[in-house]
Design a binder for this molecule. Structure first.
Ligand SMILES: [Zn+2]
Ligand SMILES: [Zn+2]
Length: 281
């Protein structure tokens, strides 16, 4: 599998000189499966440049777009996704209930003329919507399963297994027991992430910021780190960076956790998601 980050930022795009390294675009990941099936997770602003790249490089087959949920920072790039304007393109949009039931309505509404000059119904690509309510979904050789995140309004995390390699992507998830958005226990997340080659997890806040942000539906670096350790993942990638977090601050946080894992003799690799960076496993 080949994974590439096109948008790593949480909540709102944050371009500027302090976010050049980790990127200012909101959530979008590209995943190329071993059989060349093409998968995208989320349609934050990062999907704009991904769409341009698809048009430049050409694409055979279907674009599978999985939406973790419909919060603004995960769908706002869709109207700028160039392949949606091409007649020969087929896009399958996947979501989990209950959000799935309204996905078409949500994407249509954000392109209503008060917000955007082109109507969803005028897009030329063949766009279909599909729910993934069964436990396991297959795309080509890959198996895909999901878990309900702890996040206001519902969001889902995904586990993709392709030829014995596993990537888990969980964004917009609070790994604490705050009752407003508590659906899934930490132990269930440990099982879901167990042994993953790569775990990409929400790490929006520092521990001391959680005093103010508990219940927002996001995790701290510390919570993401201990999940990675307890689930024996091979590589953890901090994701959904806080919009005001500068590159320097993320570098400092990352080196703190690098030292911590070295001290604890933990072999897990550690990274912060960086726009434009690819991983091949
Ligand atoms: Zn988000
Ligand atoms: Zn969200």
């Amino acid at each position: 599998m080949k994974l590439r980050f096109w948008g790593t930022r949480g909540s709102i795009p944050s371009p500027g000189i302090s976010t050049v390294k980790y990127g200012g675009n909101t959530t979008c990941l590209e995943l190329l499966l071993d059989d060349k099936s093409f998968v995208i997770f989320d349609a934050g602003t990062g999907i704009r440049r991904l769409g341009n790249s698809i048009i430049q490089n050409g694409l055979n087959g279907v674009i599978h777009l999985f939406l973790t949920h419909s919060h603004w920072d995960h769908i706002q790039g869709f109207p700028f996704f160039l392949p949606a304007y091409y007649e020969k393109v087929r896009i399958k949009i996947f979501g989990c209930p209950p959000v799935y039931n309204k996905l078409k309505e949500i994407l249509t509404n954000q392109m209503e003329s008060s917000y955007f000059p082109v109507n969803f119904h005028d897009l030329k690509a063949t766009i279909s919507f599909q729910t993934i309510d069964e436990i396991e979904h297959r795309i080509g050789t890959a198996k895909l399963s999901f878990i309900r995140n702890n996040h206001p309004g519902a969001a889902y995390g995904f586990r993709i297994i392709d030829n014995d390699k596993t990537i888990v992507f969980i964004t917009d998830n609070e790994l604490s027991d705050f009752q407003n958005c508590h659906h899934t226990k930490r132990e269930q997340f440990i099982d879901f992430c167990q042994g993953a080659d790569i775990l990409i997890h929400d790490a929006q806040y520092l521990e001391d910021e959680m005093v103010e942000t508990t219940g927002f539906g996001h995790s701290s670096y510390e919570q993401a780190f201990s999940l990675g350790v307890d689930a024996n993942v091979k590589q953890l990638i901090f994701f959904h960076h806080e919009p005001d977090r500068s590159d320097d601050e993320i570098n400092t946080i990352l080196s703190h956790y690098q030292k911590k894992k070295d001290q604890l003799k933990i072999s897990m690799k550690l990274d912060a998601a960086q726009e434009g960076l690819s991983y091949v496993i």
